[in-house]
Ligand binder design. Sequence first.
Ligand code: G1P
Length: 297
Amino acid sequence: MTSQTYRKPVRKAVFPVAGLGTRFLPATKAIPKEMLPIIDRPLIQYAVDEAREAGIDQFIFVTGRGKTSIVEHFDTAYELETTMSERGKSLEVLEPTRVSPGNLLTVRQQVPMGLGHAIWCARAIVGDEPFAIFLPDELMIGSPGCMKQMVEAYEEVGGNLISVLEVPHDQVSSYGVIAPGAKLDALGGALTEVTGLVEKPKVEDAPSNLIISGRYILQPEVMRTLEGQEKGAGGEIQLTDAMARMIGQQPFHAVTFAGRRYDCGSKVGFVEATLALALEREDMATEVRDIASRLLK
Ligand code: G1P
């Protein structure tokens, strides 16, 4: 094995978007949760933008029934665009929704069997290349973005990488948790070896309070590992369990994300993200600040 092994560039990203979104019912009865907007962009758009910034140009959506509007969002909207052009309106606002022909692929996850199963459903499209994974519920805001930070780390160490962040110890049971090994000097100490991974441990069993925060760069061999993966936490096929089995066989590192993370899988996190991003937008920050302080009085 040469030092070039496990260092092919990351061109593909998998977005598991088949989840039912029950936490946001009734809003998500007929609309995918990934299409809920933070201000004027659906959640999935933030994830795709983050992927593009990191140099990724092939988008693989693992979808399911009722998720067609996610694909429509990234399609050409002929009637809309023609009408807007006729009315002299700029189409610039639609720019982020454009994907080059052939660069958006979908595969269906027919039964909800967990994140590991969702990723495995994309195996034929991923093929023999490293790939990124984005969990769109996790809204990562940073400059550069989370995946770009990870790609920079990947250029240093190759192999498999996950983004991690610290949470209070009593919250670890909601997440995948890493056992951190040695810190590397590269990237200002943001890179850590991963010596173990456990999905949704009991607080007393958690190896640390560093959680997997929904961004991954993985080598294609993980698909073979997922193939025989038994059910884990919650009776689901867990990506974390398959990754844990790759430790020791391939390089495995964690990148501590320098930026902010909003858990948009929870209602409170969603409101927090909306407020935080609105307060940063030039076109509305002043008004929103005034409204917020009025409401808080
Ligand atoms: C998934 C992963 C978990 C990760 C989390 C981040 O869990 O399995 O390792 O920490 O996303 O949001 P889920 O939220 O789907 O239960």
